[in-house]
Design a protein around this ligand. Structure first.
Ligand code: AMP
Ligand code: MG
Length: 360
């Protein structure tokens, strides 16, 4: 408790101190032309921040080898300095520039899965400083599948550290317009590419310990990785546990209106909850797998399956918070439904965090 208090104040102090250095800039909106890509690469090498598309979410890129550039990332996002960044590469050979040890299991993932929406955590080389890894001895590395992302990374010609390009705590951006909403005037440029196809952040697979562990679920599932590696790949937290402790846990990806989550697909319960909020004067919305079940009530669909739900997730969250003032989400992913697929745990994890684990 004491330690938490001290470190929190330290983070606050650090951020306040860094905030002094925020300078309002005119953000440039670049396209995927050769000359704009060249400009984006130059900006990275000059120590500036550039927003860029990947298949997961838009990233906020900085030269991972330039400490003062990386520091700007935390300022622009208002991100606590104890939350590490992912180092992005365009070529597998770059892994050996930043990781000090690539285990046989890591080699399988690198050879057989990358490029993909997966991040591997490996012991770091000294060239990667503590500002990137939040003081950890390991570094998170990702080679995006997105062509646009790799063209940008090639133009940067240096490993690029990047978190998601949203203000800390807000839903991640999956279009360049959402990056503009959060980052305009705070960063040098945004590369305006396609909407993100996967839509949730990468699976983070820790391969720096004795046993591989998924630290954050994404579209590459632990089941797939277990089969590939021939060893059990555990998931650090079980997102399906129904913890009801609003305000206690760290909130993430949160909309700016109240949100609750239901996990059984119980239409009667959802209708009753909706009607009670309506009676209290709210303008609620149901965010559900089958919106036609709720006749007369405002209901928005999540998509036909878990992959579609992932692709739509953050964009729908931002759309709903703009139009309604109470989000009642329902996600029932077990039992061989079309939502019981590779991205189901990732979607569930983001929904749980978005509602602050407020399960009804
Ligand atoms: P973001 O892309 O904004 O979701 O942030 C990057 C995330 O990657 C962090 O929040 C961590 O979950 C994860 N990450 C980055 N570096 C490490 C590391 N060295 N060890 C474990 N997780 C990491
Ligand atoms: Mg993020």
């Amino acid at each position: 408790m004491n330690f938490y208090f001290i470190s929190y104040n330290f983070i606050l102090f650090t951020n306040l101190f860094l905030c002094d250095k925020i300078i309002v800039v005119k953000t440039r909106y670049l396209k995927f032309t050769e000359s704009d890509l060249h400009t984006a690469g130059e900006l990275i090498r000059a120590g500036e921040l550039v927003g860029f598309p990947t298949e997961t979410v838009y990233g906020l890129g900085a030269d991972a080898l330039n400490e003062s550039a990386v520091r700007k990332t935390y300022v622009a996002k208002g991100r606590p300095s104890d939350n590490p960044l992912i180092v992005h590469i365009f070529d597998k050979s770059q892994i050996y520039d930043v990781a000090s040890d690539v285990s046989p299991l890591a080699q399988i993932v690198i050879e057989r899965v990358m490029p993909a929406p997966i991040t591997v955590v490996l012991p770091k080389k000294p060239v990667i400083k503590g500002i990137v890894t939040a003081g950890l001895p390991s570094v998170a590395i990702r080679m995006p599948q997105s062509d646009e992302a790799r063209r940008f990374l090639r133009a940067a010609a240096t490993p690029v550290s990047a978190p998601s390009a949203n203000i800390s705590g807000r839903p991640s951006p999956t279009t360049w317009q959402r990056v503009k909403e959060d980052m305009d005037g705070k960063i040098a440029a945004v590369l305006c590419g396609e909407p993100c196809k996967v839509g949730i952040e990468s699976t983070v697979l820790d391969l720096s310990r004795d046993e591989p562990v998924v630290l954050r679920p994404g579209a590459i599932s632990a089941e797939f990785l277990s089969e590939l590696l021939g060893v059990e790949v555990k998931v650090l937290t079980d997102p399906s546990s129904k913890v009801n402790s609003p305000g206690v846990r760290y909130k993430h990806y949160a909309p700016n209106v109240p949100m609750v989550l239901e996990l059984d697909g119980d239409a009667d319960k959802l209708c009753a909850f909706y009607d009670a909020r309506l009676a209290e004067g709210y303008k609620p919305v149901l965010w559900v797998q089958r919106p036609m079940l709720f006749g007369g009530r405002r209901a928005v669909g999540m998509g036909a399956n878990d992959m579609e739900a992932a692709a739509n997730l953050f964009e729908t969250m931002r759309m709903l918070e703009a139009r309604y003032n109470y989000i009642i989400a329902s996600f029932c992913w077990r039992g061989g439904t079309s939502f019981d697929g590779p991205a189901s745990r990732g979607v569930l994890d983001r929904l749980m965090r978005a509602c602050g684990h407020n399960i009804i």
